[in-house]
Design a protein around this ligand. Structure first.
Ligand code: GLY
Length: 363
């Protein structure tokens, strides 16, 4: 069995640890008691898919550590990441008598982490949150860094807040119940991290795709931990996305456009992977990176069976990319790979973005 990794995160608003290991749910209570010593009662927030799998061992572990638990579940699915569900959770937290010194424990994937995190940010003007991600995407991305949100009719994640967790516990054994398709999808964000900051990780991911059945969970501990370190380095330097944190949007300008134009029928990681390939191909043609960089990225994405392009027409892609909430006036900040392990931010006009889409997304 691999050792548990404890990765320190130090942002201006809070310092905390991300624990990555196996069998960690059983010791969650002790970890929460150590990280949040004043907490005597938690709202354990989970969805209707994850709660039946993991709520019981988590409740038992918390109670053994002397922490009372009120479990609040909501129906699974992005369509429930809404103000109405959030309002319901907040009412139930108040009815359960949670105080300002209590905490939320978010048990689940990205939807749960985002919504439970926002509930913690709002309840009594802010209480602590512990993130317990059970999906690969949540482990390597959304549980770290303090972004919380719900969706509005007008778009995804449009109502939210920054609230750094007090602790993150990623139990790799939870991935045993994640479908192979969802695991594969999550790898889009891991490939992105390799391109962004670590050629060694990129090569490791390409050499042995981690979504293959029977992949060694002990090895996955190290890979997830490395992904967390990459995100940590960015978030420590720029907690509120004023500059460097924007580099985490690599592949997202076109990726988000693909995701929205396909009405969210394609997974987020798959869209990021396709967006990454498109921006890499365009970057190679514009001389922003060597052709070899684009070829390596496309080959790696292909090795995972993730999409390397899109057949959505370019006018539609541009329309959705231009709606991006990160757009400023008539320009967007595009993240472009300069090498495997390095990126730069380029402010491009909508006209230049059109050209990037034309070059990167093929015919
Ligand atoms: N998922 C990108 C970020 O947390 O900034």
């Amino acid at each position: 069995m691999s050792e548990t990794r404890a990765i320190p995160v130090n942002t201006p608003s809070r310092s905390y640890e991300v624990h990555v290991g196996r069998g960690l749910l059983a010791s969650l209570g002790a970890l929460v008691a150590a990280a949040c010593p004043k907490v005597t009662h938690v709202a354990l927030i989970s969805d209707s898919n994850v709660a039946p799998l993991y709520a019981k061992p988590v409740e038992e572990s918390l109670e053994e550590a002397g922490i009372a638990v009120t479990t609040l579940t909501f129906p699974a699915g992005e369509e429930h990441k809404r103000l109405s569900t959030l309002g319901d959770i907040l009412e139930r937290m108040a009815n359960a008598g949670l105080t300002r010194s209590d905490a939320v424990v978010a048990l689940g994937g990205g939807v749960t982490g985002d919504m439970a995190g926002l509930a913690a940010a709002l309840y009594q003007r802010g209480i602590q949150v512990v993130q317990v991600p059970t999906s690969l995407l949540a482990m390597v991305d959304s549980s770290v860094g303090g972004k919380t949100a719900v969706d509005l009719e007008a778009g995804k994640n449009l109502a939210g807040a920054f609230l750094q967790p007090s602790l993150v516990v990623a139990d790799i054994d939870c991935l045993a119940t994640v479908s192979p398709g969802l695991l594969r999808d999550s790898c889009g964000e891991m490939i992105k991290h390799g391109v962004l900051a670590d050629e060694k990780l990129f090569d490791e991911l390409q050499a042995a795709p981690v979504c293959t059945p029977g992949f060694d969970p002990d090895k996955l501990v190290g890979i997830v931990a490395r992904n967390v370190e990459i995100k940590r380095d960015v978030v420590d330097a720029d907690e509120q996305e004023r500059g460097r944190r924007q580099t985490l949007n690599l592949g997202h300008t076109i990726g988000h456009a693909i995701e929205a134009a396909s009405d969210f029928t394609l997974g987020h990681g798959s869209c990021v992977a396709a967006g990454l390939c498109c921006v890499a191909r365009a970057s190679a043609q514009l001389g922003w990176c060597s052709p070899d960089v684009a070829t390596r990225i496309v080959d790696c994405v292909r090795a995972y069976g993730l999409p390397t392009n899109t057949d959505i027409d370019h006018a539609t892609l541009l329309e959705y990319a231009a709606r991006d909430k990160k757009r400023r006036a008539n320009s967007v900040t595009l993240v472009v790979p300069t090498r495997i392990g390095g990126v730069e931010l380029r402010k491009v006009s909508l006209e230049e973005l059109r050209h990037v889409i034309d070059l990167g997304c093929g015919e």
